[in-house]
Design a binder for this molecule. Structure first.
Ligand SMILES: Cc1cc2nc3c(=O)[nH]c(=O)nc-3n(C[C@H](O)[C@H](O)[C@H](O)COP(=O)(O)OP(=O)(O)OC[C@H]3O[C@@H](n4cnc5c(N)ncnc54)[C@H](O)[C@@H]3O)c2cc1C
Length: 371
């Protein structure tokens, strides 16, 4: 049974998947549901380099990984994408009515005539602390990411978070109020995270809301998957056990392909082969691939390449659904696009009806950021 029906199931809410929402919405008025294994949109720029400046996004001289994500979310917002976060696209089925059904590992089913794969380098596999006995507690008392359904399991619990990056600090800020106690451990006193987050966590530590210890995890204590403590080793070599019902090590991620590898798509060197670059088509009709996930002769793994591929995929998806070519329109003048964006026609100072909309109203509605 379908929990959701849409025009396009997008797998991967990285920069390329997010831009595809806007492109599909503007040029083809198609609706999208996105699935991403991470607990927030943005893919590599948001997860791996949120504060690093990017210099090669067309017409934006400099923007951070998180800034780009925010801008892409704002651009996608008029098309009301539905995001299924903290879930992996798992099973693929072809239905009798010709539609696809994608099931996630969280048990959600989404049906659509087309699938757009923008899964980048793949799932982000957590780097785990190098200590024994973790497996018994994983997904019961130890969590490496705040996947769907995990947060409820943390409420009112004694939490130990390990790490000094954005994920560790973000979750300190988010969980501090709902935990019975929260201890952050990190191997050094400095953090590698957004300045604002560092300041806020330092304030929480100063205010006694978060207990911070410069230390590394050395072991776990408990029984039958029920954790009671985390052993730590301080910089000075002292070892002791912290009370903990839940342990959240956030040590970064490495990519892995996951279930998509077994969907029957033609692949080369871990990438999905694009059989017709005009449409970003794959070897399976109705399934399209863009961004870092895809491969063809001359491919450049850049964000701007993925944006261009999203335009090609839009043409392919439209052709697949409506069995006719997409007529690409200019956003400056197409009344259909302006209608889809919710932009109104207005009379300009010369008394002529134009399709231009004052920039302020776009900024107000979040369609334009940093204008
Ligand atoms: C440190 C660093 C710096 C970089 N600097 C630049 C730069 O300056 N300019 C530039 O153009 N590029 C840069 N890049 C490359 C750029 O980040 C990538 O080209 C870009 O992120 C690709 O976007 P994408 O949307 O295709 O994939 P990704 O950003 O990888 O996003 C893919 C998303 O798909 C999700 N996913 C994967 N499999 C599944 C599944 N089965 N189910 C659910 N979700 C899934 C992942 O969780 C991820 O969120 C840099 C990369 C790194 C690592």
């Amino acid at each position: 049974m379908a929990d959701h029906k849409t025009d396009v199931i997008i797998i991967g809410a990285g920069p390329v998947g997010l831009f595809a929402v806007a492109q599909l919405g503007m040029q083809a008025r198609l609706s999208c549901h996105l699935i991403d294994s991470l607990d927030r949109p943005g893919g590599q720029p948001a997860e791996l380099y949120p504060d690093k400046p990017i210099y090669d996004i067309p017409a934006i001289p400099v923007i951070t990984g998180q800034g780009l994500t925010n801008a892409l979310m704002a651009q996608a917002q008029p098309f009301s994408p539905v995001l299924h976060l903290g879930q992996c696209a798992d099973k693929l089925e072809k239905l009798d009515d010709g539609n696809w059904r994608v099931s996630t590992d969280y048990g959600e089913n989404i049906e659509a005539p087309t699938i757009l794969i923008s899964s980048g380098r793949g799932l982000f596999d957590p780097r785990k602390p190098k200590i024994d006995g973790l497996a018994e507690y994983e997904n019961k008392s130890i969590f490496y990411a705040l996947r769907a359904g995990v947060r409820e399991k943390l409420q009112g619990q004694h939490l130990v978070i390990a790490g000094g990056g954005d994920s560790a600090l973000d979750w300190c800020m988010a969980l501090e109020k709902e935990a019975a106690s929260l201890t952050l451990i990190h191997r050094r006193s400095g953090f590698r995270a957004a300045d604002d987050s560092v300041q806020k966590v330092k304030q929480l530590v100063a205010g006694g809301k978060v207990n911070f210890i410069v230390a590394e995890p050395a072991g776990v204590v408990g029984e039958n998957g029920v954790l009671t403590g985390v052993q730590i080793k301080t910089k000075e070599g002292d070892e002791f056990t912290l009370r903990a019902d839940r342990f959240l090590p956030f040590f970064g991620m490495t990519p892995k392909l996951g279930a998509l590898e077994n969907w029957g798509l033609e692949m080369e060197r871990g990438k999905i082969v694009v059989t017709d670059t005009r449409y970003a088509s794959t070897s399976i009709p109705g399934i399209f691939a863009i961004g870092d996930a895809s491969s063809y002769d001359g491919k450049q793994e850049l964000i701007l390449t993925g944006f261009q591929e999203a335009a090609h995929a839009t043409a392919g998806i439209y052709q697949h659904i409506y069995e006719k070519p997409l007529r690409v329109q200019f956003t400056t003048s197409s009344s259909e696009i302006l209608g889809a964006l919710g932009v109104e026609k207005h009379v300009d100072s010369m008394g002529e009806i134009t399709t231009q909309t004052p920039m302020e109203s776009l900024v107000e509605r979040g369609v334009v950021v940093n204008a």
